[in-house]
Structure formats: C-alpha cells, structure tokens
Design a protein around this ligand. Structure first.
Ligand code: UDX
Length: 439
C-alpha cells in the first residue's frame, strides 16, 4: 500500500487494522516491521496520501476499493486441522465490509486464499438486504520479504483475476489503472478468478519444491562426495531449469511456503486427487527431513552428545534482511538442540525479540546475544542458520581463539569461506558437500 501511495499521488490510501498497537507503530518513527527501504517510503507519503487508522468502519464506508490482507493461517482445530486455511478472519472482514458499506465497492483478495474463496466472499457480501453491489477481484501478492520494495516497484508480473462479466471486467480495469501508474502493461496478467487464486498457491508450491529438490540432492551429495553448489550451478545453467532458488540450506521457512503447500494438499484431498496431494506433501516432508538432518549432522560430528555443550546459533530469521521468524527453520532446529541438552547462544541482527517469543516455554539454557563474536565466546560449535551478510565479515581467527577445541562450524547455508575456516583450525560442516575436518 505504501508503494501504491508513492506511485499514485492521485489516490488516497488508508491502511486499517484492529490492532491499535500496530497502527500506532505505523504512525510512529519505529515501524512494526523491518523491510529495507520501507521506512523512507512510508515517511514520504504518510500524512499526504497514506494514512494508518483504526477507524475501520468509517474507512470501509469511504473507500471505493478495499484490499483484504488479513491473515489466513493454517487451521489448528477441527476439520482440516494442520492443513486447511483458517478462514475466520476473512469471513469476519467480509461481514464488517457488508455492514459498513453504503456505496458500491470493489473488494480485492490480497490474502492468500484457497481456490474459489471469492465465491464465499461474494455470498457473504451480498447476503441480507443490503442493496450495495460488490465486485470481488483476486490480486495475489508475490513479493518476498527482504526484497519487498524492489519486488513491488519492479514486479515480474501483476496478476488480476476477475469474473468474466461486464461488471467484473470494469472492476478489473479500475484496479489495472492503479498498477499502470508504474508497471508496464505487458506485465499485467488478467485471468479468471479461480486461476488467479490457484496461481498464488502454485507459485509458492513450485518455489518451495525447488528448495526441497535441491535439499534432497544435498543429502545425496554428502554421502557421495559430490558438491551441491557445483551441482546447482551445473543444472541451473540449463535455461529450462534456471539458476534461482537452487541454494541448499537448513530447510525453507517463512509465513507462506508450508502453509500454502498444505493448503494445496488439502484442496487436492478435498477433490479426491490423492496422488496429487501426496506429491506436494512430499515437498513439506523433505523440508522437515532437512531440518532434522541438520541437527543430526551436528550431533554426529560432535561425538554423538551435545549435553552441556555450548552452541552459538548465527541467525534466527527465516532469511536475511528481515526480522521475521515465522516458520523459521531455526525454531525447529533450536528446540531439537535443546532436547539434546545443548546450551544455546542465539544471535541475529533483527530477529532476537521474535526468537525470544518463539522459544518461550522451550526447556533448556538459551541466551540471546546481539554480538555474534560474544555469542561464540567459549562455544564448542557455531551453527549458521541464516545467511546474514555480516557473518561473512567477522574475524574468524579471533572467534576461533575464544572457542573450546575442537571447534566446529556448521554452515547451514554454505555462506562462509570453508577453506579459510579449515585453515584457521575449524572443523567445517557445510550443506551438501564433504566436511573439512582435522579430526
Ligand atoms: C515467498 C515467495 O518467494 C513470494 O513470492 C511470496 O509472495 C511469499 O513467499 P518469502 O517467504 O518472503 O517469499 O521468501 P523466499 O525468498 O521465497 O524464501 C523462502 C524460504 O526459502 C527462506 O527460508 C529461504 O531461506 C529459503 N530458500 C530460498 C532456500 O533455502 N534456498 C533457496 O534457493 C531459496
């Protein structure tokens, strides 16, 4: 919405939320999320054509277009628990829009939803005796965290799904006008509503599938002395495969991949496409396996016991340049390391507040330390889980000198210079390539 406000000075954008705390933060100097480049863009539009408010009912009534961006988490209870999407926030929002609308509106699905959700949305909006007309569009968001600004300012594509009726097409054109302020026309794709809804799930499923594919090959590389980085390069240069999203790691995280694949699996099961469901579910299984494999590699390398050993955890966010830890592999990995009775010293430039919350209630010894060198002091090993660029710049000789010996480093992202670390004296365990050890 900030980018829309920046690029379309002729539109007034108001962001509303039920959380007063969040809205206050958006109106303050300390925004509630860290995203590179966002703050200056918020500041340049805020108070001019970008507003943050908790007056939801008034803002609904005033708006011509409403983007629904509420959370759609995985259901944790009842039918479909663990897979289906919890639609309660979408439904509550639809009811609130219906109750407070006195003029016709375009309602845009921004939240990721199961296919045919627009139908439900439309039914709720048009229920009762309100004469207001609502047109529902699907406009899924493909931006990734950490690169949100460039993804939004220079998107690969913008997807808009609409009903194939005169009013549906008219609404679609109104939304297209907004994006045409800065996105070249050929990058705007229009489809029917259901294709648009499904494309969002499928895009995330394909991306996650690439990560699971390369992670599965990483395990094969480790036992055959092949090098997964070399394999990624070799296959990625085939233009049919492409080079992106082929980095092996400790498993994918983030608020979307797992949730969206499980939603896809649930949908396939619902339509009795059991083989298709099993195919996609395997992407999640490999991810779980990859996180567990990372822990086992640490355990095996460190003589099959972690009891009382100090481990410095470098990075907790699910990826660099964000403080977001939703579904971060670090959560699972740290809990497992604590099960093994390791003592953890967790460091991350932006995610420590979230890390504290994520590990609340986990039994064991955990410290949260801003400075990575301090976190590594006296440690038996370093587990690098997030590839923050600052971890490349540390003085590893100095770090090594302060650590217990033999000193281990488990580079879960193949982020560091392994040969240099080995020469310093570390026992180095990368992902998907042979370990370099002095043992
Ligand atoms: C994703 C989609 O990319 C985006 O289009 C969608 O709108 C939201 O979900 P995001 O979750 O922000 O974005 O991050 P992304 O860059 O896709 O990374 C997801 C996870 O996969 C991270 O944990 C990342 O570390 C991991 N990953 C990614 C790998 O392990 N290897 C890779 O090669 C790429």
């Amino acid at each position: 919405m900030t980018i829309i406000a920046n690029k379309c000075p002729d539109y007034k954008v108001t962001v509303v939320d039920i959380s007063e705390e969040k809205i206050n933060a958006w109106n303050s100097d300390k925004l509630p999320i860290f995203e590179p480049g966002l703050k200056e863009r918020v500041l340049s539009a805020r108070g001019k054509n970008l507003f943050f408010s908790t007056e939801i009912d008034r803002c609904i009534d005033e708006a011509d277009i409403i983007f629904v961006s509420v959370n759609t988490p995985t259901k944790t209870f009842g039918e479909g628990a663990g897979k289906a999407v919890d639609l309660q926030f979408i439904e509550q929002t639809a009811r609130r829009i219906k109750e407070n609308s006195k003029s016709n509106k375009i309602v845009v699905e921004k939240s990721t939803l199961p296919v045919r959700a627009a139908e439900t949305l439309k039914t709720i909006l048009h229920s009762g005796n309100n004469s207001v007309q609502f047109e529902v569009l699907s406009n899924p968001e493909f931006m990734a965290e950490g690169t949100g600004i460039s993804d939004m300012e220079d998107p690969d594509r913008i997807l808009i799904g609409s009903m194939d009726t005169p009013s549906g097409i008219a609404a679609r054109d109104i939304l297209m006008d907004i994006y045409l302020h800065w996105v070249p026309g050929e990058r705007l794709i229009t489809t029917n509503l259901w294709s648009s809804e499904i494309s969002k799930l499928v895009a995330n499923a394909f991306l996650a599938q690439r990560v699971s594919s390369i992670n599965s090959i990483a395990s094969l590389c480790e036992v055959t002395e092949a090098d997964v980085t070399e394999v990624s390069r070799a296959i990625g240069m085939d233009s049919r495969i492409g080079s992106r999203f082929l980095n092996a790691g400790p498993g994918f995280g983030g608020s979307c991949f797992r949730k969206d694949i499980l939603n896809l699996v649930y949908l396939c099961e619902h339509y009795q496409l059991n083989e298709v469901a099993a195919f996609w579910e395997q992407v999640v299984s490999i991810n779980d396996y990859q996180m567990e494999r990372y822990v086992r590699r640490i355990l095996q390398a460190m003589f099959n016991t972690l009891t009382g050993k100090k481990l410095a955890v470098f990075g907790f966010a699910f990826k660099p340049d964000t403080g977001d830890t939703r579904d971060a592999p670090a959560i699972y990995i740290c809990k497992r390391l604590l099960d093994e009775k390791a003592c953890l010293k967790i460091t991350d430039p932006y995610a420590l507040d979230n890390a504290r919350k994520d590990l609340q209630g986990a039994e064991g010894k955990v410290d949260f330390i801003e400075d990575p060198c301090q976190a590594a002091e006296g440690a038996h090993g370093i587990a690098l889980i997030t590839e923050w660029s600052l971890y490349k710049q540390l003085d590893y000789q100095k770090i090594f000198d302060t650590m217990e010996k033999p000193a281990f480093i488990f580079d879960g992202r193949n982020h560091l210079d392994h040969q240099a670390l080995y020469e310093i004296g570390f026992n180095v365990y990368p992902v998907g390539k042979p370990a370099l050890t002095h043992l």
